[in-house]
Design a protein around this ligand. Structure first.
Ligand code: PEP
Ligand code: MN
Length: 337
């Protein structure tokens, strides 16, 4: 971090700023010139409040030269993180296909979909029990009963389950879930992030609708700072001026995150587009440029789905897609090296 001081500071002010920084474990290199004084701050500056320093009387400007996230930063952890979930691994060259309904609607529904997606090559079952809906009058999910149905589907198929946690009070119910999903609307619910950081179940953080990469990675940092390193990121489309699609899928997130972080990156083409016929081309594109996995909504009867029918694939459309995705991933692997 670099701090540029105003011309009119006096020696006492400068000394007290330097000792305040040193007390925080920062090494300060002061370059005192005729016209300007610049402080180079070395050490763990991630805990320094940049806005607070910028607001000091003697400070003209503050610039970060290092990212504010440390645990999630590839610079301090060059190897890819591989998240183990039961018998599967997310990251590390594997292609994880999470598939299932937007909402769990009944035991029969989720068990039938789980069996179908497993037969097609999916490696995890997704399904919402607690649903974040824009309208309070829309179906809100089956809650705890929905979790029980997901577990029944896991018992039938062996597929690990990923499902959304909306509130800290629900956490005790998630003890037997395999991956906790933090939804886009909760990406900056910092108390929720802290709570999932203090337990060891893998956490998948979906990108907030208007979150920058840095804000998203700071959310991962919240979880990791609590001691939980099993974090997965999921790009699900961001809000732009385009209204034809539900959101705009930011595929650049894959190479950008690959550079900035060691955490696995999953793409959700269903929420990104809102249209079932756009799921295949965007899922293929995501695999082509190196996604670690996909999260795809599959429903046995999309026309009557209680949530997100228009973006859901029927099992017979998901089947050839899953096979194409796995074939593309295998082919890309043969070209590595
Ligand atoms: C979901 O996956 O069911 C969901 C609500 O996604 P998002 O948080 O990305 O909108
Ligand atoms: Mn959905």
């Amino acid at each position: 971090m670099i701090v540029i001081l105003k011309h009119d500071h006096n020696r006492d002010q400068l000394d007290s700023l330097i000792s305040w920084l040193q007390e925080k474990g920062i090494v300060v290199h002061a370059s005192v010139g005729e016209g300007s004084t610049i402080l180079g701050l070395v050490g763990d500056t991630s805990k320094l409040d940049m806005d607070l320093i910028a607001a000091l009387d003697i400070v003209e400007d503050v610039k970060r030269v290092q990212e504010p996230y440390k645990n999630a930063n590839r610079k301090f952890h060059p190897e890819d993180t591989v998240v183990k979930v039961r018998d599967t691994q997310i990251g590390g060259g594997n292609l994880t296909i999470m598939a299932g309904p937007c909402s769990v609607e009944s035991e029969e529904q989720v068990v039938a979909i789980a069996k179908a997606v497993k037969a097609s090559g999916a490696t995890m079952l997704r399904g919402g029990a607690f649903k974040p809906r824009t309208s309070p009058y829309s179906f809100q999910g089956l809650g705890e009963t929905g979790l029980e149905y997901l577990k029944a589907a896991r018992a039938e198929t062996g597929l690990p389950i990923v499902t959304e946690l909306m509130d800290i009070t629900q956490l005790p119910l998630f003890k037997d879930v395999d991956v906790i999903q933090i939804g886009a609307r909760n990406m900056q619910n910092f108390d929720l992030l802290k709570a999932v950081g203090h337990q060891d179940k893998p956490v998948m953080i979906k990108r907030g609708m208007s979150a920058t990469y840095e804000e998203w990675l700071m959310s991962a940092e919240y979880v990791m700072a609590g001691g939980n390193e099993n974090v997965i990121l999921c790009e699900r489309g961001i809000r732009t001026f385009e209204s034809y699609t539900r959101n705009t899928l930011d595929l650049a997130a894959i190479p950008v995150l690959r550079k900035l972080t060691h955490l696995p990156v999953i793409i959700d083409p269903s929420h990104a587009t809102g249209k079932y016929w756009l799921v295949e081309p965007l899922a293929m594109g995501a695999v082509a440029i190196g996604a670690d996995g996909l999260q795809i909504e599959v429903h046995n009867d999309p026309a009557h789905a209680l949530c997100d029918g228009p973006q859901s694939l029927k099992p017979d459309a998901f089947d050839p897609l899953a096979k194409k995705l796995l074939a593309l991933h295998d082919w890309l692997k043969t070209r590595e090296g």
